[in-house]
Design a protein around this ligand. Structure first.
Ligand SMILES: Cc1cc2nc3c(=O)[nH]c(=O)nc-3n(C[C@H](O)[C@H](O)[C@H](O)COP(=O)(O)O)c2cc1C
Length: 323
């Protein structure tokens, strides 16, 4: 099995997971400068915006970073355009997630992983099941991020503590990374004990000082615990954790009171653009603030470097302790 630090060639075996409208220039460059892997969250952004973001990150760091791509058969033109862009910009890492990431389209994965390898990219893939991990591994992924139900972003089924060892047991080549609910050194240590080579965090970085997101979102994250979270988006097949607010109340009411056929277009209308509304305009009442369950452990706004070094040093101290 690959070793994450070796694949990344970085000081810390830590990935800051891509977050749409959130993992942007300042966060990604700060993570890169701190010695971990930052990944631009490309979801919902045009190619022009992504290109600008890549160029701006490069002005702030000479360290490598990655870009997120949705691996979906219906989006192959977009994948091809993104691949061209990434190639021209001479990046080293591509991070694929999948609309159906509990499965994985093997011919599609193999085709694109081969193309990405040919242009010198390391391929990171996010999965939510052991079945998807086998497909990603057999298709040649360099890193497999096993994200459990606790994690922010798209909600999956299996919890991190059950998923990670299951994935570790089936993966033969890729480095396995634990993700979902990890926001401190105890999570890092637990991930290592479960057999993962490193960790990914998203929620912990929502409260990073350098993050480009609005300070209202950072404050909402710091002031929330897991008890403030609800699940929205079940009917549209894009469930996620969300801090309870006016928007989530509306979405849940529409889901409860209508058959999916009626609810889906209404939810799409209500939810579209709301992550951006919170992240960029700071509207945490009508906008979506979407940390994962690790939110209870995020209690202050801190610089990226401090988040990374604390998680790693405290985690290593736990692992080195003699019981
Ligand atoms: C606000 C938010 C937006 C996210 N957007 C994306 C995305 O666009 N693409 C993706 O692959 N993962 C996305 N994720 C998932 C993260 O990359 C990462 O897998 C996850 O946050 C790890 O779990 P944690 O939040 O418990 O640390 C998002 C997560 C959050 C919190």
């Amino acid at each position: 099995m690959n070793d994450l630090k070796t694949v990344l060639g970085m000081k810390y075996p830590i990935i800051a997971g891509p977050m749409a409208w959130t993992s942007m220039v300042s966060l990604v460059s700060a993570v890169a400068n701190a010695g971990a892997l930052g990944v631009l969250g490309a979801g919902g952004a045009t190619l022009d915006i992504i290109d600008q973001q890549i160029k701006k990150v490069k002005e702030k760091t000479d360290q490598p970073f990655g870009v997120n791509v949705l691996l979906d058969r219906s989006a192959e033109t977009y994948i091809a355009q993104m691949t061209d862009l990434i190639d021209k910009d001479n990046l080293k890492f591509i991070y694929a997630d999948d609309a159906e990431f509990e499965g994985f389209d093997k011919p599609l994965a193999k085709k694109w992983f081969d193309i990405w390898h040919e242009i010198g990219l390391k391929v990171i893939v996010k999965v939510a099941t052991a079945k998807a991990a086998i497909i990603a591994d057999e298709s040649g992924a360099d890193v497999i991020v096993a994200k459990g139900r606790e994690g922010g972003g798209r909600l999956s089924h299996v919890g991190t503590i059950a998923l990670v060892p299951e994935v570790v047991d089936v993966v033969k080549h890729a480095a396995v990374v634990a993700s979902g609910g990890i926001s401190d050194g105890r999570g890092f240590a637990a991930a290592r004990v479960l057999g993962a080579s490193g960790i990914e965090m998203g929620t912990a970085f929502l409260a990073a000082s350098e993050g480009d997101i609005h300070s209202n979102v950072k404050k909402a994250v710091v002031n929330s615990t897991v008890e403030n979270l609800v699940v929205t988006g079940r009917d549209t097949n894009s469930p996620c954790w969300q801090i309870s607010n006016q928007l989530s109340d509306q979405l849940i009411t529409v889901e409860k009171e209508n058959a999916p056929k009626v609810a889906v277009p209404e939810i799409e209308k209500l939810a579209t653009g709301t992550l951006r509304l919170a992240a960029q305009d700071g509207d945490v009442v009508k906008g979506a603030v979407m940390p994962g369950q690790g939110v209870s452990l995020v209690n202050e706004i801190r610089p990226v470097k401090e988040i990374i070094t604390t998680v790693y040093n405290e985690g290593m101290a736990i692992l080195n302790k003699k019981y």
